[in-house]
Design a protein around this ligand. Structure first.
Ligand code: ZN
Ligand code: ZN
Ligand code: ZN
Length: 146
């Protein structure tokens, strides 16, 4: 592996720590590009995957299948509540889910079971702004403009 890319990885890690909530590799790359770091998108992808593998970042799939990352202070197993409008993320414990997952896995003869459970929605602030009813939420399209 290319050791000379260490500073780039470090820069990606910093950018992730500065980002609010979960971000995609693309949006992080856009931020770094604005700062003229010269860090390529492929490097951002690799750095994020490396961070996630080492436990320095949380990763999850957005509802539309995009990988999202977040610098995460908590280590160990946990879940997230994520606002799909503003990106606010709350780390949650879900002991009900832990027990259900364990029970379900065991009842099917599975061992060493793992699970990923994240809840996407609109936070209280965004719900108020959007006047959103709980049902029939429409997807908010907020792609980076450039
Ligand atoms: Zn987390
Ligand atoms: Zn929100
Ligand atoms: Zn869990």
């Amino acid at each position: 592996m290319a050791q000379r890319n260490t500073w780039q990885r470090e820069r990606v890690r910093e950018a992730l720590a500065d980002a609010r909530g979960f971000v995609s590799a693309q949006s992080l790359h856009a931020t770094l590009r604005d700062e003229n770091t010269g860090i390529g998108l492929a490097t951002v992808y690799r750095a994020l995957a490396g961070l996630a593998a080492q436990g320095g970042a949380d990763s999850l799939q957005s509802p539309d299948g995009e990988a999202l990352y977040r610098a995460c202070a908590s280590t160990g197993h946990h879940h997230h509540l994520i606002c799909r409008s503003c990106g606010l993320t709350v780390e949650i414990e879900a002991s009900d889910v832990e027990q259900w997952a364990k029970r379900t896995a065991e009842s099917h003869g599975f061992s060493a079971a793992e699970h990923i459970v994240d809840i996407f929605g609109l936070c209280a602030t965004c719900s108020a702004e959007h006047g959103a009813p709980a049902a029939g939420m429409k997807d908010v399209e907020e792609r980076d403009a450039d």
